[in-house]
Design a protein around this ligand. Structure first.
Ligand code: ATP
Ligand code: MG
Length: 493
């Protein structure tokens, strides 16, 4: 990039810093500067123009070093942009694509650059969401399915396992060949390092880019993180790849955005957030979607995290985000404390687009299972009164219990979709009525092992699901498959 002196010669104009309220810097001069232009200070720091008034130019700096009044500043004539390239896969970088952990990251001049904040693509290049985005988590894939191109909120109190569940989703998507762009927004340095180590150890890093800012970074750099992540994702989308973008988290993002706005003396609105915070998030998330890229579908699926306090979904930022996204997975503290992993509340979570992407069998299972589980909830409330329960209710309670137990899984376990559907159908029908929950989990693990090592059984289980006309036909086919499965489970016990 050009330095201060070159640019001064080239543009023949400069401004002088008149007031500093870190990270906001006001300066006078620079007559031809435009909003969003990148500027360079005499002392080496970079910044970009956020607004222009008659008297001065307002600049936000990315650097932690303070710029003093009197320092000169020049414009570069360029918009705020970042380099985008495949070679950033496997790297941990700042939103300006500078390495965080001394990676060797050489960015040559021929690397494409793209602006970080762009207008979302209009409807004409978007296509209907028809492909399911598998997460490997049975609870999500069967009951709360997500589509490729969907925007889903991952919401819950602190320390309820949101990040861990996302790691599971990431692992599944990497194995299925997607690219993952993970934005860590204003996190602790140690968390960033932990994330990198985990991803490296589990062999996922070659398909992942981490864009991270830590709490010590400048607030303006922190607020840039999700935009850069989206720009990076768009690059891969334009290469016809499916991308999963994770923004962890947008409530922190909004807080830093508020900090900058208050310092810039913008008029505060509800909870002191600036009035444009909804617009900012909507414009950002609107960039996700399913696109037609030169005749091939490529999707940017966006999972954004939002933190709540005491499970309240009515906070300003969280309710905004609920309005912008196509549903939410609610992580519940009480479920977490009871030991459920992942602690997703089946009844209060929502998915608006995903169901249309499920195959006929899974959709039927989803519908019938949802009805069964709400009857289970009712029966559970009823049983608290100590009332005498009919045999039918007892069976329902036992099956519901087994379903919830089945949904428990370690964050490193990926359950193949056809195995999820097969075993849940077996719980839904009477096949597992005499089998303990722990034994069902053992059988699941045996089956997953067999599924991944034996091509013929994998084909058989997949065909069973894919060739069935509907859920009812599938159920009757599962009955005929039962003997084979029982043999398998007996052999392995
Ligand atoms: P924060 O809001 O602070 O970012 P979070 O909701 O992202 O928190 P995590 O960091 O994902 O929470 O999880 C908190 C802790 O819960 C983890 O450190 C881990 O010990 C435990 N945990 C979460 N999910 C699982 C799981 N599936 N299996 C085992 N342990 C888990
Ligand atoms: Mg987290």
């Amino acid at each position: 990039m050009k330095n201060f002196d070159d640019l001064l010669q080239e543009t023949k104009e400069y401004g002088v810093v008149s007031e500093v309220k870190f990270p906001i810097i006001k300066c006078v001069g620079l007559p031809s500067v435009r909003p969003d232009d990148l500027v360079i200070f005499e002392t080496g720091q970079h910044g970009y123009v956020t607004s222009l008034t008659q008297e001065n130019v307002e600049i936000v700096t990315f650097s932690r070093e303070i710029v003093k009044p009197g320092v000169r500043v020049v414009r570069t004539g360029e918009r705020l942009s970042i380099p985008v390239n495949e070679k950033f896969l496997g790297k941990v970088v700042t939103p300006l694509i500078e390495p965080i952990f001394d990676d060797d990251l050489e960015i040559t001049d021929d690397v494409e650059r793209r602006p970080v904040d762009i207008e979302p693509i209009k409807i004409d290049r978007r296509v209907r969401i028809t492909r399911q985005m598998f997460t490997g988590v049975s609870l999500v894939d069967v009951m709360l399915p997500l589509g490729k191109g969907q925007r889903e909120l991952v919401v819950g109190d602190r320390q309820t396992g949101k990040t861990w569940a996302l790691l599971n989703f990431m692992k599944t998507q990497v194995e299925l060949g997607s690219i993952v762009v993970y934005a860590l927004i204003g996190k602790e340095k140690t968390e960033i390092a932990r994330m990198r180590d985990f991803l490296t150890k589990s062999g996922m890093m070659q398909n992942v880019i981490i864009l991270a800012t830590s709490a010590d970074d400048s607030p303006s750099l922190i607020t840039l993180t999700p935009y850069s992540a989206m720009t990076m994702a768009e690059y891969f989308r334009d290469k016809q790849k499916d991308v999963l973008v994770i923004l962890d988290d947008l409530t922190t993002h909004a807080m830093y955005h508020r900090e900058i706005s208050l310092l810039a003396m913008r008029f505060p609105g509800r909870d002191s957030y600036p009035g444009d915070v909804f617009f900012k998030h909507a414009r950002l998330l609107e960039r996700a979607g399913n696109y037609d890229v030169q005749g091939k579908e490529a999707a940017i699926t966006c999972l954004s995290v939002a933190g709540t306090i005491n499970n309240r979904l009515t906070g300003y930022i969280v309710s905004n985000l609920i309005g912008i996204t196509d549903g939410h997975l609610l992580f519940d503290t009480e479920l977490f404390n009871r030991g459920q992993r992942p602690a997703i509340d089946l009844f209060l979570s929502v998915t608006r687009v995903g169901k249309q992407t499920q195959n006929k069998v899974a959709r039927g299972l989803n519908r019938d299972m949802m009805m069964m589980m709400s009857r289970y909830e009712e029966a559970l409330d009823f049983s608290h009164f100590g009332a005498e329960l009919s045999d039918e209710k007892k069976t329902l309670l036992a099956r519901g219990e087994k379903v919830l137990h089945f949904f428990q899984q370690k964050h490193t376990l990926i359950v193949p979709h056809s195995v999820q559907v097969l075993l849940l159908t077996m719980i839904y029908d009477e096949h597992f009525d005499d089998v303990e929950s722990a034994e069902i989990i053992r059988r699941r693990d045996v089956l997953i092992e067999k599924y991944s090592s034996d091509d013929s059984i994998r084909k058989e289980i997949n065909d069973l699901m894919n060739n069935a006309k509907d859920f009812d036909e599938y159920r009757s086919k599962v009955k005929t498959f039962q003997t084979y499965l029982n043999q398998l489970w007996q052999q392995q016990s």
